[in-house]
Design a protein around this ligand. Structure first.
Ligand SMILES: Cc1cc2nc3c(=O)[nH]c(=O)nc-3n(C[C@H](O)[C@H](O)[C@H](O)COP(=O)(O)OP(=O)(O)OC[C@H]3O[C@@H](n4cnc5c(N)ncnc54)[C@H](O)[C@@H]3O)c2cc1C
Length: 500
């Protein structure tokens, strides 16, 4: 080798050393089952499939597992062992009838029944995995006690932690920062998944079964505007990277859609607040609620998040104001709140430091106060005459003790009379999308003709059919129950499909 060729060779070695790690590679793997998404649905599916003897790989888009499941508190179930011990007599038959009639039979009855039937057993299964529960409670005053709240400071994040350690014990790998990007279909069957890791490497996984559980499309403005009537400013709490990947991948291989327009709306939300705070709780109290026109628009003591969200979604700009006076402020300080925000700010909590929360809201431009209704109206940019008329009419029905407009019970009729008068501004919000891929009661993905796409399953927020046109308000903890139960069902059916 002459001197020039030697120098060139050396240069080549140096360049390849630095360049090759940056060059995207193709990584090839093989497994029985791939689970796409490490949230409540995906992790339940992965644990079930691995416990049944399958080799499983979990793909997760983010650096950490859990998705929205990290924020949830409790899970719906009927006839669980905990309910039986607590003498709660709600039956599967009653729960099924409530749920299906609430949806006007628009939900898939076989899917609903399957999830309800399995729900009690799933609580026992979670307890066997090491999860402990508080309750069962009701999320709504007077509601059925179906809400099995996970014990521990971070509630359902505990399930994520326990499931990840269980998967580790069973040598199941979770590939973080490795989103699935495409499904491989050979002839009519699913035969693989393509993902991309954080270095840009393409990961080809050959597999017999894929369970999609990517948590919906709360972060895709395009999909929200294409499929739902969500307002462009709608705040969907607790979602990151939910761009509908699983739903899009399923559509690409011929899956049909079901319930894709259903968004899980909640009560109003104070812009800029971090999570469910006492100020958000104050906003949600059954005082006087008016829309941007200064008009009352619902029974403020409806006490069901989806109803509150649905009613607000119909108002101009999806904006409202909770109006209350000095007496009502004292009421929440001394008697406590009438409507709790789950276990974050429970019913009965005394908002003793409400003044500091209101002050914070004033600083961020979301809380206003004035000595009269007309002055307040100008501050919140509502027509003063209309607001005065609304308040006068509301005070008159408070005095009569009967809300003959929307039927708010007398005990919640707090008049707005004594200055200072406050207004907390609320925006529509929700927790995510809760429909998408059409599945059957075995969570098998279906095409337009209701034919099964062999080897493809969907669970949790990516799957549709559990709701009609809105989240079911009659029972507490439904979406987590749908995630964990459909995850389990998908894992079980994938095992049967691969012959384990
Ligand atoms: C504040 C809050 C409180 C709530 N409280 C309750 C409650 O008490 N009870 C209840 O029933 N419900 C509650 N919910 C709703 C509940 O959390 C969700 O319905 C449930 O977590 C959905 O589970 P999932 O597995 O479908 O989605 P997620 O838990 O969101 O998991 C989806 C996972 O998929 C990953 N992913 C996305 N794209 C890809 C991709 N291409 N490849 C790989 N991975 C991907 C995501 O990063 C995420 O980790 C609450 C939600 C919020 C935000």
């Amino acid at each position: 080798m002459n001197k020039n060729s030697y120098t060139l060779f050396l240069l080549f070695l140096i360049v390849s050393f630095f360049v090759s790690p940056l060059t995207a590679e193709e990584i090839r793997m093989k497994t029985d089952v791939v689970v796409v998404g490490a949230g409540g649905a995906g992790l339940s599916a992965a644990v079930t499939a691995a416990e049944g003897g399958a080799d499983v790989i979990v793909l997760e888009k983010m650096k950490i597992p859990g998705g929205s499941t990290n924020f949830a508190e409790g899970i719906f179930a009927v006839e669980s062992s905990l309910q039986r011990k607590a003498h709660i007599t709600l039956t599967k038959d009653e729960a099924f009838r409530e749920h299906i009639e609430f949806s006007h039979w628009r939900a898939d009855p076989h899917l609903v029944r399957t999830v309800i039937n399995k729900s009690g057993d799933t609580i026992d299964w979670l307890m066997e995995q090491g999860i402990e529960f508080v309750g069962p409670l009701s999320l709504y005053p007077g509601g059925p006690r179906t809400w099995h709240v996970v014990k521990g400071k971070h509630h359902c994040a505990e399930i994520v932690k326990v499931f990840c350690s269980r998967l580790k014990e069973m040598n199941v790998e979770i590939l973080y920062e490795t989103p699935a990007i495409k499904l491989v279909k050979t002839k009519s069957k699913i035969t693989g998944v393509i993902a991309e890791d954080k270095r840009g490497n393409k990961v080809f996984i050959k597999t017999d079964a894929v369970i999609i559980a990517t948590g919906g499309f709360a972060n895709s403005k395009n999909m929200l505007s294409k499929y739902t009537d969500a307002h462009p400013d709608l705040k969907l709490l607790g979602n990151m990277g939910k761009t509908g990947d699983g739903i899009q991948m399923a559509f690409e291989v011929g899956a049909s859609d079901r319930g894709i327009d259903v968004v899980q709306l909640m009560g109003p939300y104070v812009k800029g607040e971090m999570g469910i705070t006492p100020l958000v709780a104050c906003l949600s109290q059954p005082f006087l609620w008016v829309n941007r026109l200064g008009e009352r628009y619902m029974n403020e003591a409806t006490f069901k998040f989806p109803y509150m969200g649905n009613a607000l979604a119909q108002q101009p700009g999806q904006i409202m104001f909770t109006i209350f006076d000095e007496h009502s402020k004292k009421y929440v300080q001394e008697a406590g709140i009438d409507f709790g925000m789950g276990v974050y700010v429970p019913t009965g909590t005394k908002l003793e430091d409400i003044d500091s929360h209101l002050k914070r809201g004033m600083d961020s431009g979301q809380v206003f106060s004035a000595s009269s209704i007309r002055k307040l109206a100008r501050k919140i940019d509502v027509d003063p005459k209309t607001l005065q008329r609304t308040v006068d009419a509301y005070n008159a029905l408070c005095d009569r003790g009967k809300d003959d407009l929307f039927g708010k019970p007398a005990q919640f009729l707090h008049p707005v009379k004594k200055a200072e008068i406050y207004a907390v501004k609320g925006h529509a919000c929700g927790t995510g999308t809760i429909g998408g891929i059409k599945i059957n009661y075995k969570t098998e993905v279906l095409d337009e003709e209701h034919r099964i796409i062999p080897g493809l399953y969907a669970a949790g927020n990516d799957a549709g059919g559990f709701y009609g046109d809105t989240y079911d308000a009659t029972s507490s903890g439904g979406t987590m129950a749908f995630a964990v139960n459909t995850g389990r069902i998908a894992g079980e059916n994938a095992l049967i499909y691969i012959g384990k």
